[in-house]
Design a binder for this molecule. Sequence first.
Ligand code: TXA
Ligand code: MG
Length: 316
Amino acid sequence: MQAALSRVVPEVPVSEACRVLQDGGLVALPTETVYGLGADATRDDAVAKIFEAKGRPTFNPLIVHVPDLAAAEQLAEFSDTARALAEAFWPGALTLVLPRRKDCPVSLLCSAGLDSLAIRVPSHPAAQALLREAGLPIAAPSANRSGHVSPTRPRHVREDLGDDLPILAGDPPQIGLESTILGLADGSVRLLRPGGVALEEIEAICGRAERQDIVNNSAPSAPGQFSSHYAPTKPLRLNAVKALPDEALLGYGKPGLFCLSEGSDPTEAAANLFRNLRLADASPQFTSIAVSPIPMEGLGLAINDRLRRAAAPRDT
Ligand code: TXA
Ligand code: MG
């Protein structure tokens, strides 16, 4: 009787998540940005399971998570600028793409054929506890099906990846958007993906970062960023002044059903973005989704980046 009632696997403690990782399995883990789908980054077989579970093109490389800067320095070469950025923002929502060390033990699958590695030190207490107890670098992309909206609740992880995947217990992500990614491989600082740390804060530490058009549908050159990504199933209309009759409105600055932030706060809007996108997508009342204009300040840059991709024509 009871088994029939409780089909959903409960969230697991650190000890259990640790055992799964050490056996080469997959575990979803909360971070301060979004939920990650974690595996032992040093094992090819474990990392390969991530690509399989997500249905992810193997040329899209993965972020490796470590507990602190000292652990990161075992894996990659840090320039002075890289170290200054790490000291300013780690633990936190910043990913650095750095040259791999010659003796780097991380699976080459994580780098997808590049000689660089993306590294992040998460601040979330459950992620930190798991990294420290497992004593392993954890490869973890966002725990969603490839191309879909990133998960900010355990429910979202289950919707995308099924009920059998163990999920590490812990508070849901506070930021709600993926990390900011900077490329530091060639001496300069390039913004590869806007995210949870505002560009203004980063530039206060390292000076102006190069922007580039990060949309690239075929080549793995920098981050495998696809024009269509983070996509809901319903069509999405941006910069909407007003919702049409069949549209769910993700509003900004005034109250409403799926409002991102009544008080026009981009940080609050970031935290609500993916959850409200999923809710609007699932609501039978609406056939499409409209989003109010969101200013480019602070996390607004990352929000607009995600929205632009979510609204892009879908090729797959
Ligand atoms: O907040 C986050 O970053 C979350 C949490 C779980 O840490 N992770 C996340 O991972 O968003 P994912 O795989 O969904 O996005 C990682 C991005 C991809 O666009 C990938 O192409 C890029 O990082 N990336 C990874 N390694 C890279 C590398 N060596 N060079 C350039 N880009 C890289
Ligand atoms: Mg992702």
